[in-house]
Structure formats: structure tokens, C-alpha cells
Ligand binder design. Structure first.
Ligand SMILES: [Zn+2]
Ligand SMILES: [Zn+2]
Length: 341
């Protein structure tokens, strides 16, 4: 079978790999669509592990199953979560599923940018979801990103009537705008350097659009919140400047959500004195668990979150290198997906 093997961003090769061999409690999925994630574009994160097959936002059809598999059949349309928690360790018992050791060690094989991938038993058991008929494979690639945003928005303890600022209007930034509205935010302020993204954010309910190249986010937030600052600031852009802005625009007692990692070796200066008196909470949120993926699927299936609009580019598997190039370089791209064959 064909797979796109990642050596570096400049070097993604289509190679012939052996078909994965199934155990009796596993299934083989024929990939129909898989999203390119922001984390697929972080060279520092992947360098040490290359060569490897990326792709963790996959949807497809079960092509083969082991003799002991009962809950799924050949032909089922599914989304598969690549990481699954053990549910029994210290972290899991505290609800910190994404910090579970098993969570990191589980994965689909070889990855979503391949004609087929195998779903190990643990992934099949906990977080392989049947797609209801109206949900297309393309839409299903957004289940994982929406899940990540849901987890973050829950951690932000958002309240009805809150003001929310989202810094960085890439795919997940825009999803945060949509979710904030669903969770009752009264006002959403979105900042991004690309006007195209701001236009799409508006479709998801953004009330105030800010391009910091031309406008001053701090003073706009001040004016829009009666001088108080926002209740929640979500930073989805992996830059220190974005985090510094986030700190400045949070109200006293507000919550700053750390949603995007900066490159290693970058540090944000915080003053315990200022933090103490401002009671701004800094809340990181990494990845998503089996709890949010189900909710994400419901939001997509019910049409409450119209994720289709986020898909700007589609490529065939043989053109995965072009897909990465577009996701990295185009000012008019949001979610780039790779389709079968
Ligand atoms: Zn992802
Ligand atoms: Zn665990």
C-alpha cells in the first residue's frame, strides 16, 4: 500500500509499505480523508522521530476485521482517535486523560496519511466512533481538532455572557469562536494577521475582528469590555507575542488558555506579584480525550458547528507533500485535508 512518509517538511515521500497485519481483536481501515494538523507542521516536534507516517485526524471505512471483533463490521464508516487513555492510572482517575502514559504510547499504524491503517484493540475499544450518515469523511477529520477545543473551553470555565478573545484565527482559533458562542459567550473578539481567516471567523460568530498589523488589540479590547478586559483569552498562535497580548487583555480574575506550544527554549516572563494581585489564571490544554470526541461528533452531526467551511484545500494522498506546503505557506488556507488515493 502507498503511504506518505515524513522525513522533513521539505521531504515527504510516497513509499510502498507492507499492509499492516491484524491481530484477532483489531481492524483495518481504508483511509478516506485525513486532516493536516498544526502539530504536523512543527518541525522541532517531529525531527527526532522521522521518518514516520503522520496523520492523526483520519476517517475511513473498515476494510477488514479480526475474528474477535464484535462491535464493528466491514463497511462501517468510522473516525478513529489515535491516542486513548487507560482509565485506571493516577492521571486518568483525576480526569487528566491526555496526561496518561498509555495515551502517548497508543497510535494507529502507520498513520492517517496512508491508504490503510490498523486500529489496535485499545483504540478500537475506547475511541473509534461510527459516523452517522449525514457526517461526511471530510467533516469527520475535524472531530479531533474540535475535541481539543472542547477540552480547552471546558477548562476555561466559560460562563454565559462572558467575553472571549481568541488570538490566532487558524482552524482551531475559529472553532474556539464557534464553541464560545455555543457555550454562551456574549462577545467574541478575534485577532489574526490574515484577513482571510478573520472573514471565516465572522461566519462562526466572531463579533469583533482585529488585524494587529493595522489595529491595536489592547485598546480595542478595552473599548469593547468597558475597560475591564476579557473573561477568557485563548491563545492558539504559537508565539510569545501572542501570549504577552493574551496576558495583557485578560481581566482581573480572567483565564488565559494556553492552546499552542511555542518552540522549545521560549519563555514567558510572569511576575508572581502581578499574578497574585490580578488572579489571572493560566490554563494549558493539551489534546483531547474520548469524552470530547463524542461530543465533537454530536456538534458536527447536528450542524451546530459547520466545520465544512473550514476545509479550504483537498489533496490526493500522492500529493501529501503539496498539502503540507499549502498548510505551511498559504495565507488563504485553514484546514488542509488529504483524500484517498
Ligand atoms: Zn491534531
Ligand atoms: Zn491512564
Amino acid at each position: 500500500m502507498k503511504a506518505a512518509v515524513y522525513y522533513s517538511h521539505q521531504d515527504i515521500r510516497i513509499e510502498e509499505l507492507p499492509m499492516p497485519k491484524l491481530d484477532e481483536d483489531e481492524v483495518l481501515v481504508e483511509t478516506k480523508a485525513c486532516g493536516v494538523c498544526g502539530s504536523d507542521l512543527m518541525d522541532w516536534y517531529l525531527k527526532g522521530r522521522a521518518p514516520l507516517v503522520l496523520g492523526h485526524e483520519p476517517a475511513g471505512v473498515i476494510a477488514e476485521k479480526g475474528s474477535k471483533v464484535r462491535d464493528f463490521k466491514v463497511g462501517d464508516r468510522v473516525f478513529v482517535h489515535h491516542h486513548v487513555a487507560c482509565l485506571t492510572c493516577h492521571y486518568c482517575k483525576h480526569g487528566d486523560y491526555t496526561l496518561c502514559e498509555q495515551f502517548h504510547n497508543t497510535n494507529i499504524k502507520p498513520g492517517g496519511f496512508a491508504e490503510y491503517f490498523k486500529v489496535p484493540f485499545k483504540n478500537l475499544q475506547l475511541d473509534t466512533l461510527m459516523l452517522p450518515q449525514p457526517v461526511t469523511f471530510e467533516e469527520a477529520t475535524l472531530i479531533e481538532p474540535v475535541g481539543c477545543c472542547l477540552r480547552a473551553i471546558r477548562k476555561s470555565n466559560i460562563q454565559t455572557g462572558d467575553s472571549v478573545a481568541v488570538i490566532g484565527a487558524g482552524t482551531t482559533g475559529i472553532i474556539h469562536v464557534g464553541l464560545s458562542k455555543i457555550f454562551g459567550a456574549a462577545k467574541t473578539i478575534v485577532s489574526d494577521l490574515f484577513d482571510f481567516r478573520l472573514t471565516v471567523a465572522k461566519k462562526f460568530g466572531a463579533d469583533v475582528l482585529v488585524n494587529p498589523e493595522r489595529e491595536d488589540l489592547d485598546s480595542i479590547v478595552k473599548a469593547e469590555t468597558g475597560g475591564v478586559g476579557v473573561d477568557v483569552a485563548v491563545v492558539t498562535a504559537p508565539s510569545l507575542d501572542a501570549y504577552k497580548s493574551g496576558m495583557r487583555i485578560c481581566r482581573k480574575g480572567g483565564r488565559l488558555i494556553v492552546f499552542a506550544p511555542t518552540a522549545p527554549g521560549k519563555y514567558l516572563e510572569v511576575s508572581p506579584k502581578e499574578l497574585f494581585f490580578s488572579e489571572v489564571q493560566i490554563i494549558p490544554s493539551y489534546s483531547t480525550s474520548h469524552l470530547e470526541t463524542r461530543e465533537a461528533l454530536d456538534l458536527i452531526a447536528s450542524g451546530r458547528l459547520n466545520v465544512k467551511v473550514l476545509i479550504t484545500h483537498r489533496f490526493r494522498l500522492v500529493d501529501t507533500a503539496k498539502a503540507f506546503k499549502t498548510a505551511l505557506g498559504s495565507k488563504e488556507s485553514l484546514k488542509v485535508i488529504v483524500l484517498d488515493k
